[in-house]
Design a protein around this ligand. Structure first.
Ligand code: MN
Length: 441
């Protein structure tokens, strides 16, 4: 069996179908009928946290839809999982059940469905609710898979041999993963320069634009995942900001890798876009340079090589406190694409589990900074400003070497292809808050 064999293009990808929710049919809407991402929301009407599916500017309240008898085609285990205040139970059921839900909800929201008023009664306005973390991951692994990111930040201007041979990663922190909109506080850090070592508010707060992937059913301890089956393990994707503190990262990382530079907080977007929704936009992985040795077989599947990457375009916007105070839209500082990455999620998962490590349902994987070959496609401040040496100009006339207090960083992503409905991820954003007073009281 190969990676996508259980999932193929189907009627839920038909661009000709529209929704009775009018805003879903607008040209630039991230959430048309062909997307249907899952999330967890809380509103005054709903009371407690509940699972929903985004359509246009509305959310289908899944427990309410089930009470109304609209989800009866789904297995009982799926309906029960969707009544939980988190997506963890549903994600554990894997992508096949998610695909069944997608087909059912597509039929509920399509324009020619027979009972639009009954379904309409299960919709809530997205603007009226608060989005929560879709689930609390138990593990978070962050990779480094862009050779362009690696090259620009390489000390010797070269790609290390291990990058060419395996998808590099480290164990990051699951407890500090937060949903978009949460402030990130400038940390106090230890750092070293020519004058010695000190401790104080970081001077080098950075972002990293990444794609997150949630693991579906996972694997038992001791049982690796073949690369040809690894794509099936991705339940869905989100935008991920791996906030990075460069002054301590430089000091602490040898020999064990980043620690406090990354564990302060990680932001993710609230909507999980399914692997199925992204199927039309799959593309071949970036070719390896001709002078590099071929990959070891445990990392290679022909299907993954030909369709394991994603043509997904990202933007990063930076908006200072001054710009926010006058309602400015900020400055677009990055335009990039996931297809520039050297490794696929199937390879990351196959490598991660190759020693028998058990991936758990809801575990979060970060792709690594999505930097491409062009200057426009540098996807963190360390690259954009050449480690703080060359300031970037904002539309307001301000300059930045690193992020300052009050700066807001916002990620967006959209997949587009001729003949298919464009889909997007919404936003992942966060504002840098000032450091806490120190010494601590
Ligand atoms: Mn990272």
């Amino acid at each position: 069996m190969t990676g996508n064999s259980t999932m193929t293009l189907n009627r839920t990808h038909d661009a000709a179908r529209k929704s009775f929710v009018a805003t879903a049919n607008e040209q630039d809407c991230d959430f048309p009928l062909q997307n249907l991402p899952l999330g967890v929301f809380q509103g005054e009407r709903s009371g407690h946290a509940r699972c929903g599916i985004r359509i246009g500017d509305q959310i289908l309240d899944l427990p309410v839809a089930d009470e109304a008898g609209l989800l009866g085609r789904l297995p009982e285990a799926a309906r029960q999982a969707l009544r939980a205040p988190s997506l963890m139970d549903f994600v554990a059921l894997g992508s096949r059940v998610a695909s069944e839900l997608r087909a059912v909800v597509f039929d509920l929201l399509v324009s020619d469905q027979p009972e639009p008023s009954k379904v309409g009664g299960c919709l809530v306005a997205a603007g009226d609710v608060e989005m929560l973390l879709p689930l609390q991951p138990r593990n978070f692994t962050d990779f480094l898979t862009s050779r362009f990111h690696k090259l620009r930040l390489s000390a010797n201007g070269a790609i290390d041999p291990n990058f060419r041979s395996l998808p590099l990663a480290y164990h990051s922190r699951a407890s500090s993963v937060r949903v978009s909109g949460t402030e990130v506080r400038r940390p106090h850090v230890q750092r070293a320069d020519k004058d010695g070592v000190d401790f104080g508010p970081s001077r080098e707060v950075d972002f990293e634009l990444e794609l997150g992937a949630f693991i579906g059913s996972g694997n038992p301890l001791g049982q690796p995942i073949p690369v040809g089956r690894a794509a099936e393990q991705v339940f869905g994707y989100c935008l991920l900001n791996d906030w990075s503190i460069r002054d301590i990262q430089r000091w602490e990382s040898l020999p064990l890798g980043p620690f406090l530079a990354k564990s302060l907080m990680t932001s993710i977007s609230p909507w999980i876009v399914s692997r199925e929704a992204l199927l039309p936009f799959r593309t071949s992985v970036l070719p390896k340079p001709a002078d590099e040795a071929p990959l070891l077989p445990y990392l290679v599947s022909s299907e993954d090589q030909s369709s394991g990457s994603i043509d997904l375009r990202f933007e990063v916007w930076l908006r200072s406190a001054r710009e926010r105070s006058v309602g400015g839209k900020g400055t677009r500082i990055t335009i990039t694409n996931f297809k520039h990455m050297s490794w696929t999620f199937a390879q990351m998962i196959a490598h991660h589990a190759s020693n028998g490590c058990n991936l758990l349902s809801g575990d979060l994987l970060g792709s690594g900074t999505i930097s491409g070959p062009d200057a426009d496609s540098r996807a963190c401040m360390a690259e954009i400003t050449e480690r703080g040496e060359v300031p970037v100009s904002l539309g307001s006339g301000e300059e930045r070497r690193w992020l300052e207090d009050g700066d807001e960083v916002t990620f967006t992503a959209r997949a587009s292809k001729e003949g298919f409905a464009s889909i997007g991820f919404g936003e992942c954003s966060g504002v840098v808050a000032p450091a806490v007073p120190w010494p601590l009281a």
